[in-house]
Design a protein around this ligand. Structure first.
Ligand SMILES: Nc1ncnc2c1ncn2[C@@H]1O[C@H](COP(=O)(O)OP(=O)(O)OP(=O)(O)O)[C@@H](O)[C@H]1O
Ligand SMILES: [Mg+2]
Length: 345
């Protein structure tokens, strides 16, 4: 792709550093405090129309379960090689067990995954069908979730677990999808850490004092209260978000426009999306950005280098269906490919 010339020069001069940073991901220890979701995909072949009601009957073929929401951030960190601890809530149900099983198979420490007896594991089940030798399409989605917050005692237990872990990790990531895990006591337990990265859908102000926020464009617009439709409103939003959150840096992820980084000194950097042609599904790309960016910062990257590596990781996962993860080897291959392309221009 044709990167902006000055950006390409900057990238070329940082190449060695970037490879080195990726190699150091395996040394990093991260605690993720998040709204944990299980994504389920059930598929079947259409057999006939039911006699009970005018609905399709599917013959079950496959069930696939993958981490979603904050659990996707957790999983992305683990697949990038980090030592990960997860703090969050799951229900006393099969979905919670499934999520724990997936995490444990990936070597993630699940001691901070507490059981919430009052609320189900947030689960999104897509049911898809296909006729013989035909494409599969989604028919309906069933969501399991509660509108209530966890009881105060459970919030305090989670906060206590977080406090106990703070000294053992290089960063704390808060992945807030609005499902009730990130209550005030839980957020306050994270704030003493000197490297706290926040990916929250709303109420960013509750995290005031964290190091870095990574809102996407709609989240940024909602937080500042106006549309971000021009370079000048983008700059204003960056500054307003810095004010609102008291953060060191703000990273606004902008879908196919890449991302923009703002610091308190008034400097802004724009990183173009590295892959705009081979994009299949952008779901969860933001989680991948947070994961790669966090590991980069912990490995010693500048905020700009971390944003570039977050962007690089996202350029890989948008090629795949559903939420996806990537690895240090894939990242290094993608970085090499990017540099090779630039050289041939
Ligand atoms: N259509 C796209 N084409 C190319 N790259 C994309 C596209 N959408 C997203 N990306 C990459 O993924 C990054 C994060 O995307 P986005 O801003 O959509 O995050 P998000 O909305 O928080 O995602 P999610 O919440 O689903 O995880 C972008 O900065 C960019 O690098
Ligand atoms: Mg997001």
């Amino acid at each position: 792709m044709d990167l902006d010339a000055s950006f390409a020069v900057q990238l070329a001069s940082s190449t060695e550093r970037l490879f080195e940073l990726i190699d150091n991901f395996t040394q990093v220890r991260v605690l993720v405090v998040g709204d944990l979701t299980l994504d389920e995909f059930l598929t079947g072949q259409v057999e006939r129309i039911s006699r009970e009601a005018p609905v399709l009957i599917l013959r079950h073929e496959t069930t696939r379960q993958t981490p979603g929401g904050g659990a996707n951030a957790v999983y992305n960190l683990a697949k990038l090689g980090a030592k990960v601890k997860v703090a969050g809530l799951v229900g006393k149900d099969l979905q919670g067990e499934a999520l724990r099983g997936i995490f444990e198979a990936a070597g993630i420490d699940t001691n901070g995954m507490l059981l919430d007896p009052d609320r189900p594991t947030v689960t999104k089940t897509r049911i898809s069908g296909h006729a013989r030798q035909s494409v599969t399409q989604q028919i309906v989605r069933v969501d399991r979730k509660s509108d209530n917050l966890p009881v105060l005692d459970l919030q305090m237990q989670l906060a206590k677990y977080i406090q106990q872990q703070l000294e053992t990790v290089d960063a704390v990531v808060c992945s807030d999808y609005g499902d009730g895990t990130l209550t005030q006591p839980v957020i306050e337990a994270c704030l003493p850490h000197s490297r706290m990265i926040v990916d929250a859908q709303q109420d960013l102000k509750r995290y005031a004092g964290a190091t870095l926020f990574t809102p996407n464009l709609p989240e940024a617009e909602q937080a500042v209260g106006y549309a971000i439709a021009s370079p000048s409103t983008l700059t204003k939003a960056g500054l307003d978000l810095l004010d609102l959150t008291q953060a060191q840096q703000i990273l606004i992820t902008r879908g196919d426009e890449g991302m923009s980084l703002f610091d308190r000194g008034g400097v802004e950097h724009h990183v173009p999306a590295f892959n705009r042609t081979d994009v299949f599904d952008v779901t969860g790309a933001g989680d991948t950005v947070v994961a790669a960016l966090t590991l980069s910062l912990c490995a010693g990257a500048s905020f700009w280098e971390a944003a570039v590596l977050g962007n690089l990781a996202a350029s890989i996962v948008v090629r795949q269906f559903g939420t996806a993860t990537t690895t240090p080897d894939e990242m290094k291959a993608a970085l090499q490919a990017l540099l090779d392309e630039e050289e041939t221009l």
